[in-house]
Design a protein around this ligand. Structure first.
Ligand code: G3H
Length: 541
């Protein structure tokens, strides 16, 4: 079969989909979680179609996989009321629980979530077309993240369980919650990146409203019972619907203390402005990026090609950390392009459940048209597609396109494609990619490929001031999750890592007392009799 024929036949017959993978499909979800109750919705529903199309009578069509509630402003505000009451100005059960008790709830959450792994992973695969292998990885990485978060909080609490005496003042400094947190994650990591804000927000004692992403909402259904059973009422509220209908009223109410959004900077800017008291709003944002790779003349080309392939095309390039533009030294440009195009065309493509599949259909409706538009614009301005069949579309499947030579003025030069289109430029002077980064509105990461320590060092110093992670001879990525994950300019606000996230969802607060006999007696008595959870020296083992 030719490559084009393979692309034309990429989708299975409905009957060819493995039975074990469609047990839960289609799945009509009606529940949502507010104030410790799973309420039943009988209003309008969002129909959900998988990016995996299926052939019916020889024609591939979007495959229906379920539906979820389209709640209204009324239910969103009920969720807010529940979260506000559970927080109760910091006097609620959850924000006043001891750290050890909150960790205990979280351990139960992990145990119950693990029981739901298979269903969550399958729904994840169906909803966003992520390979089954990577969907499993996303689940496992999330569990690891939660476990690491508990360990990091124990460490933090141990450090805080001591008194500091300075200038005659006794102090005990701890981190306290902020209030109500609104968590919204992205479709590309609907589980992981949502929970990497939700879990630290919760464990620090905040109450939470969670709105799952548009693609990646069904997978929360198996977790509704878990959240409901494990956490006190009102501590976690899960609402579904059109973001533009249910989120603005929450922001305008002034009741949100932290906006945790992994998504788009336009959305973030609009939402921030809706808050009536911006100084009371903390924002934790992970936004767009246009991470470049710079491939120097002496780079190990096998390594560079392999890492650029992973960087550009893991999950079809639908990662904020993906490599989104490649700058190649002119002396090796031809060799790189030929090897890279062949690596792209050798990458296995197909359906997410297929063994070792790498390229799968893209998740968003209309995305292939957008990508086609980017390619057409570049071609009209002098670029060519250098790999065979690059840019061929079949339904929701887009065969990766490597574009060369890309130049300023083409949309792909600046726009974040978030998909399998790879722009390549050659450079004669290293100042060219650096200038590109200086003038970019984004500033997340860069990858540099080369061997000469002197040249690498000369690049590292200017680049660390443009972005927040310089990757040497490897693709850009978020992990390991204990590393700080952030960006400059329009790429992020706040820093997320296991330990940084505990900080962004909390504020330092302290007990201070002059070192008088009376104060010493008061403090000693409170600590000895365990009368306070804050003013305490208990050490979590
Ligand atoms: O979409 C952005 C993600 O944070 C990327 O994470 O580098 O682990 O794929 P990753």
């Amino acid at each position: 079969m030719s490559l084009i024929e393979k692309i034309e036949n990429v989708f299975p017959q409905a009957s060819e989909i493995p039975v074990g993978l469609r047990q839960d499909i289609p799945f009509a979800q009606t529940g949502y979680l507010i104030n410790g109750e799973i309420r039943k919705w009988d209003g309008p529903q969002q129909q959900v179609f998988s990016p995996v199309w299926a052939s019916i009578d020889g024609l591939p069509k979007p495959f229906p996989i379920g539906a979820y509630p389209l709640l209204s402003e009324k239910e969103a505000l009920q969720a807010l009321d529940a979260a506000v009451s559970a927080y109760d100005h910091g006097r609620g059960l959850w924000p006043t629980l001891s750290v050890a008790e909150r960790i205990h709830h979280m351990e139960r959450f992990v145990f119950r979530m693990l029981e739901q792994k298979e269903r969550i992973v399958q729904l994840l695969m169906w909803e966003i077309g992520k390979s089954l292998k990577d969907s499993n990885k996303e689940f496992d990485r999330t569990i690891l993240y939660i476990n690491d978060t508990m360990d990091a909080l124990k460490d933090l609490d141990r450090i805080s369980s001591r008194f500091v005496i300075e200038e005659g003042i006794i102090g005990q400094i701890r981190r306290a919650p902020m209030g109500v947190v609104l968590c919204m994650g992205p479709f590309n990591y609907p589980l992981n990146e949502t929970l990497t804000t939700l879990i630290p927000a919760l464990i620090m004692g905040n109450t939470v409203i969670l709105k799952p992403p548009k693609h990646g909402a069904l997978l929360y259904a198996p977790m509704l019972d878990v959240f409901c059973d494990v956490f006190p009422k009102g501590v976690v509220n899960i609402i579904y619907g059109e973001g533009r209908s249910i989120i603005p009223p929450l922001m305008m109410s002034g009741g949100i203390h932290v906006l945790a959004l992994i998504g788009n900077s336009n959305t973030a800017n609009v939402l921030k402005k809706l808050h009536p008291r911006p100084n009371r709003l903390r924002c934790v944002l992970g936004l767009e990026a246009k991470n470049p790779a710079i491939i120097l003349e002496d780079a190990d080309l096998d390594l560079a090609v392999q890492e650029c392939l992973l960087g550009c095309l893991s999950f079809n390039g639908q990662r904020c950390t993906a490599l989104k533009i490649l700058f190649v030294a002119s002396a090796i440009k031809d060799e790189f392009l030929s090897r890279f195009a062949s690596a792209v065309n050798s990458a296995p493509f197909g359906m997410p459940w297929q063994e070792d599949v790498f390229i799968t259909p893209v998740a968003e409706k209309g995305k292939t048209d957008y990508l086609r538009g980017l390619v057409a614009d570049a071609l009209a301005q002098g670029a060519t597609v250098v790999n065979e069949a690059g840019g061929t579309v079949n339904g929701s499947f887009f065969f990766p396109a490597v574009l060369y030579p890309v130049s300023e003025g083409m949309r792909i030069y600046r726009e974040e494609q978030f998909g399998p289109v790879i722009p390549v430029l050659q450079f004669n002077d290293i100042r060219e990619p650096i200038d590109y980064m200086i003038h970019s509105v984004y500033g997340q990461q860069v990858s540099i490929f080369g061997k000469d320590p002197d040249q690498m060092a000369q690049l590292i110093d200017p680049l660390v001031n443009q972005v927040c992670r310089v990757n040497i001879n490897s693709q850009c990525q978020r992990g390991p999750d204990i590393f700080p994950f952030t960006g400059r300019k329009d790429s992020a606000e706040g820093t997320l890592s296991v330990s940084d996230a505990l900080r962004v969802f909390s504020i330092r607060t302290l007990i201070a007392a002059k070192q008088t006999n009376l104060n010493k007696e008061i403090i000693t008595s409170i600590v000895k009799n365990h009368q306070s959870k804050f003013l305490a020296t208990d050490f979590i083992l």
